[in-house]
Design a protein around this ligand. Structure first.
Ligand SMILES: C[S@@+](CC[C@H](N)C(=O)[O-])C[C@H]1O[C@@H](n2cnc3c(N)ncnc32)[C@H](O)[C@@H]1O
Length: 330
């Protein structure tokens, strides 16, 4: 998924820096407390003893509940086939987020919106009928979120849709398995404000990757929450927004205070913070705060980032940023 602040392309840098600081990580508990797509936890799932994954957003909970929480083996290929054969229905997504719903919100083609509705409804029905268990439920939901995102008619986030159906959005929707690494057991997944959760967890490595700027994830990915929750509400305005959580990490007035509270309460030996040079907190602020709680270090890398233009079909502008990994041994 093309996610704001995704660490997919930085995983080698994180891996190297974390191992250099901690040494052998095979027996550690690793917490990814702002987990997003779950890519960091996925990277460390097989290398550590246990992962704790958390994010304030429900779509992220679904992804992490599958990619991190699911272990062992189950074969659901027949279920995926069955879902892919369903005929589309006029459900909530079709009515509110495709042109067929006459609301001009073209987030999906009519046919893809109908297929997403049919599949989402079947997954819920199967859970109620106990045809699938909780693990399979979240596997199928994660598969739906990932697959729907591939045919979404947006430049990259859901803050706006494109006027014309771009090529990838014209392709017929196909449900693809969100495969997970089956290793390990006892991983913990939460959907909470990091500052609340922190007092109830402990471990060896705490990885923090909070938002860097004012862009609220709940607004930018509202449609993923709507597909995941599939609840009924009145979509607001041109983009069909739902109520969303506003994070303190996206506000200049609250970010430093929240960050310090998190560091202070953390019952972890090593704390790593990913941040970049365009963030709300200055590098010097972070250093000053972290230094109060132990031994501080810093690793940096140059990163070629791609910005999606809002109204062009995936025309990307390249820009260089500096990615920081602030390190604290508490
Ligand atoms: C930079 S992204 C994380 C990206 C992730 N490392 C990845 O590679 O996919 C920041 C995440 O923090 C989450 N978030 C924002 N405020 C939060 C809070 N107070 N507690 C927990 N999660 C929060 C957002 O929903 C978002 O997924």
């Amino acid at each position: 998924m093309n996610y704001i602040g995704s660490k997919l392309k930085l995983s080698d840098f994180l891996n190297k820096s974390i191992r250099q600081t901690v040494g052998d990580i095979s027996d550690t508990t690793f917490c990814d407390i702002f987990a997003g797509t779950g890519i960091v936890g996925r990277h460390f799932k097989s290398a550590t003893k246990k992962i704790i994954a958390n994010d304030i957003e429900y779509y992220s909970y679904v992804l992490n509940r599958n990619y991190i929480g699911n272990t062992g083996y189950f074969d659901v290929s027949l279920l995926i086939d069955e879902l892919n054969e369903l005929t589309g229905v006029d459900g909530f997504i079709y009515r509110h987020y495709s042109l067929g719903g006459h609301r001009e919100r073209q987030y999906f083609s009519n046919e893809n919106a109908q297929r997403i509705d049919a599949i989402r409804q079947a997954i819920e029905r199967w859970r109620e009928e106990e045809r699938i268990d909780e693990d399979q439920y979240f596997f199928l939901l994660a598969s739906l979120i990932e697959s729907a995102d591939k045919v979404a008619n947006t430049a990259s986030v859901y803050g706006a849709y494109l006027k014309h159906l771009k090529r990838s959005a014209q392709k017929p929707f196909v449900l693809t398995s969100a495969d997970f690494d089956s290793r390990g057991e006892g991983h913990e997944i939460y959907q909470e404000d990091a500052n609340n959760l922190i007092s109830r967890i402990s471990g060896d490595i705490l990885y923090m990757d909070p938002p860097y700027n004012q862009r609220q994830y709940g607004a930018n990915y509202h449609l993923l929450n709507t597909i995941a929750r599939y609840d009924t509400f009145v979509p607001q305005g041109k983009t069909g927004l739902r109520e969303y959580v506003r994070s303190d990490y996206c506000k200049k007035a609250t970010v430093k205070e929240s960050f310090e509270a998190l560091v202070k309460k953390a019952n972890f030996k090593y704390i790593f913070l990913s941040y970049n040079n365009e963030g709300l907190m200055q590098s010097e602020d972070v250093k000053k705060i972290m230094k109060r709680y132990g031994r501080y270090d810093l690793a940096t890398t140059r990163y070629r980032r791609f910005k999606a233009d809002r109204d062009e079909n995936r025309q990307h502008k390249a820009s260089q940023t500096t990615e920081y990994l602030h390190i604290l041994e508490k």
